[in-house]
Design a protein around this ligand. Structure first.
Ligand code: NAD
Length: 499
């Protein structure tokens, strides 16, 4: 029988009452493994009520005690790593080592959040005026929410809730309905780690619960990660309702290959960054830009046999390069883009559309595809495909290569491969993209830096994790203080100055 999932509200597992459900698949086999309840606006409201009631006491808990819950949570994750990675891999489809990486990159932000008692400190100026001290405090916002995508069901929820909670907020997490089990499990482990009930609520759902979050007067800030149209929608509606919002969207990450680059390193980088996790990463490289025809020919010669021999396998196969995609619709969408690319006149050098996983014919698999002679006017260049498809766009010189990612509507990540320091420095300075790799294909910043794309890859001013997370999840209060001995007699009618 298909398992029925639940919400985690007020510290308890709560059955869905809306009567609406969504199927949760195991992509490796294609079978429906569970059904997840889709919350109504009333169920979302119940979670907010719980969060609102619990938050003041949590904000009044001293910061090191709040951080200590995260230390215990880290320990619990370490103890359950294997079980968690398997759970994640089963519902997402990524391989077990990749699932472990997903958890690990989330944990790094949890580690960072353990230092928030230091980072949340305000400033103090003694004697800012006669007998006057001035200081600032960073106070939590209250109840905040995170809406997360399917492709990192461990990392992105942790990026959102760990800093928010240690800053003293209560959190409503609305994970992807496609792989909700791991986010639910994270919520349970937070309770086991000693988090008071109501501080982290996991509400499963779709547009109805997202809209309820966006319209709820008690939710002060919304963090979103997902596709660009939804990111823009969430940003517009949340900010129109007076909320703080940071919304991260889709991507089209380019890798520039200069003629002096080490072509073996380039091929390794493109194979991993283009096809790892079946290309279902917002930092995947989906466009390779060799500079000059000769570089392009060498690149295609190196890449072709590597793409042809990619090992697509079960998520549990330790030798697999990548596993299935997340759903049957995702496979159809990606194959649809390959068909469009052929119609647009791009040259399909490696065709993975017909790949079948023997014995698992109902699983959501496809092979790696490689396009050459892609041009900037094509849809396969302009739009995010989010699958194991790499497009090669030949640039005649460096200036053209710099222009391509700079003028693309997305601006998440970009990389350049070169041995020349001057070229690398010029590129990192001038390229109009938020995260840059120099001979690094997936430049995901570490937890103590911030993560965020530019242009239509990110809406809002503050990035995820790093110091921006503390700015996003707190508001600053500034106090000017004087004791009676410092107060001068008489009313002051002019604007106070500190003379
Ligand atoms: P998605 O936009 O379909 O879903 C993201 C979230 O929005 C989910 O929780 C989903 O339930 C909700 N949602 C979906 N449709 C909605 C609607 N009409 N109204 C309100 N809410 C809705 O994204 P996805 O397919 O889960 O994830 C893949 C996308 O996320 C890709 O575009 C990828 O590039 C992007 N992504 C971006 C980053 C980043 O940091 N920039 C990181 C990871 C993934």
């Amino acid at each position: 029988m298909t398992a029925e999932l639940y919400h985690l509200i007020g510290g308890k597992k709560v059955k869905g009452t809306s009567g609406r459900f969504s199927d949760v698949y195991w992509p490796m086999t294609g079978e429906v493994a569970a059904r997840v309840p889709l919350a109504s606006a009333a169920e979302l409201r119940a979670a907010v009520e719980n969060a609102k009631a619990a938050q003041p006491a949590w904000a009044a808990t001293n910061p090191q005690k709040r951080a200590r819950v995260m230390l215990k949570f880290l320990q619990l994750i370490e103890e359950n790593y294997g079980e968690l990675a398997e759970m994640l891999s089963r519902e997402h489809g990524k391989t077990i080592p990749d699932a472990r990486g997903d958890i690990q990159r989330g944990l790094e932000v949890v580690e960072f959040a353990c230092g928030i008692p230091h980072l949340q400190k305000g400033e103090f100026s003694e004697g800012a005026g006669p007998g006057i001290d001035m200081f600032s405090m960073r106070q939590p916002l209250g109840v905040v929410a995170g809406i997360t995508p399917f492709n990192f069901p461990a990392m992105i929820p942790m990026w959102k809730f760990a800093p928010a909670i240690v800053c003293g907020n209560a959190f409503i997490l609305k994970p992807s309905e496609r792989d909700p089990s791991l986010p639910l499990r994270l919520g349970e482990l937070m309770l086991e780690a000693g988090l008071p009930a109501g501080i982290l609520n996991v509400v499963n759902g779709d547009k109805e619960s997202v809209d309820a979050i966006l319209d709820d007067e008690d939710i002060r800030a919304v963090g979103f990660v997902g596709s660009t149209p939804i990111a823009e929608y969430v940003y517009t509606r949340a900010t129109a309702n007076g909320k703080r919002a940071q919304c991260f969207g889709g991507a089209k990450n380019h890798m520039i290959i200069m003629p002096d680059a080490d072509m073996d390193q380039v091929a390794d980088a493109l194979i991993g960054a283009g096809y790892g996790s079946a290309g279902e990463r917002c930092m995947a490289i989906s466009v390779a830009v060799p500079v000059g025809e000769e570089t392009a020919d060498r690149l295609i010669a190196k890449l072709t046999p590597r793409v042809e021999s990619l090992k697509i396998g079960l998520s549990t196969d330790p030798d697999a390069d990548f596993g299935p995609l997340v759903t049957a619709e995702a496979v159809e969408r990606v194959k649809g883009y390959v068909n469009i690319g052929i119609e647009e006149g791009a040259k399909l050098v490696v065709d993975g559309r017909d790949f079948v996983m023997q014995g698992y014919e109902k699983g959501f698999y496809m092979g790696g595809c490689l396009f050459d002679n892609v041009t900037p006017d094509m849809r396969i260049y302009k739009e995010e495909i989010f699958g194991p498809v790499l497009s090669v766009v030949r640039a005649k010189d460096y200036d053209e290569a710099l222009r391509l990612p700079s003028e693309h509507e997305y601006g998440n990540g970009v990389a350049i491969y070169t041995r020349d320091g001057d070229t690398a420095r010029d590129f990192m300075t001038r390229v109009n993209v938020g995260m840059v790799g120099v001979n690094v294909p997936i430049p995901v910043p570490l937890a103590y830096y911030t993560f965020g794309g530019w242009k239509r890859s990110g809406f809002g001013d503050l990035n995820q994790h790093g110091p921006d997370a503390i700015r996003f999840y707190t508001k600053t209060k500034t106090v000017t203080s004087r004791w009676p001995s410092g107060v001068k007699e008489g009313a002051e009618f002019s604007i106070p100055t500190m003379d």
